[in-house]
Write a protein that binds this ligand. Sequence first.
Ligand SMILES: Nc1ncnc2c1ncn2[C@@H]1O[C@H](COP(=O)(O)OP(=O)(O)OP(=O)(O)O)[C@@H](O)[C@H]1O
Length: 306
Amino acid sequence: MADHVEHALPDYRILPPDVAARMAQIKQRDYVLEIDRVTKVFTQKKNRTVALDAIEFGVHRRELVCVVGPSGCGKSTLVRILAGLEDATSGQILMNGKPVRGPGSDRGMVFQKYTLFPWLDVCRNVMFGIEMGGVDRLEAQRQAMQWLQMIGLEQFATAFPHQLSGGMQQRVAIARALAASPRVLLMDESFSALDAQTRTKMQNYLMEIWRKIDITIVFITHDLDEAIYLADRILVLKPNPGRVEEVIEVPLSRPRRAEQMTSDEFLATKAHLEGLIRSFGTSDDMDEEDVKIDLPLLTLVTDQVE
Ligand SMILES: Nc1ncnc2c1ncn2[C@@H]1O[C@H](COP(=O)(O)OP(=O)(O)OP(=O)(O)O)[C@@H](O)[C@H]1O
């Protein structure tokens, strides 16, 4: 007899009762953001790329949706269209039922690269979004300090961005985006420049803020662990052309804890996502096993201990 029996993972589609109840509650809420048959075609000389092909999806109020997919499946294009930075070739984005015509204060954005204004101190960076909304300077300063308190950086109010670590800068970027009172926060690979430990802290920190305020989050990521850990639902895109492959309801209870990353439900969801990405057959950086490195001969290790 075999010494060990292979551990069978549960079906990732089976939601524990508390998760099923939460998901039912989320689905009763209105859509804040609707992607209404959005197609985006890029034409360059003779090349025609269908980056997004009739994408249809609705994000409920106070939901946290992650978007994953291999390189080139249209994640960045989608987030740029959601932000109003790019037009769809056909279809439309609706915010609370109204068509999006360009960037607006109802959608905040946090990018991958640190985008704080280097010449403004932390408080002024956060004040920026508030003042843009027509609030006077003194009131903006009061609100900015409240945000800094919320993110635990009030003692850094007069520091400049270069004096902060990457994680702290992203916390300020989140505070700056939220201070402008958006309905939706769009996050494009916002934590991928951070080291693993800081990244986990930022994920917990984001979920903590999200729990406290009325905000809906759309989070684009390459990282499957990050998507499963954060999301209520995961929108999986496939490339060539960019289409919705599947929408996954994450079978994990909230509040999320790091220990859940080794749970059967987590592993089953990850195994399924990995299988999907592999089935797209792209040479993607999500698939680390496929990465081949040509080493120059001189780098061969000669003192290897067996
Ligand atoms: N401005 C552009 N002009 C021409 N083609 C573009 C443009 N922007 C994106 N594309 C093409 O559209 C497709 C989707 O690109 P996009 O950057 O949205 O994918 P992605 O999923 O965000 O990729 P990655 O994860 O590598 O950032 C790709 O084939 C890309 O080459």
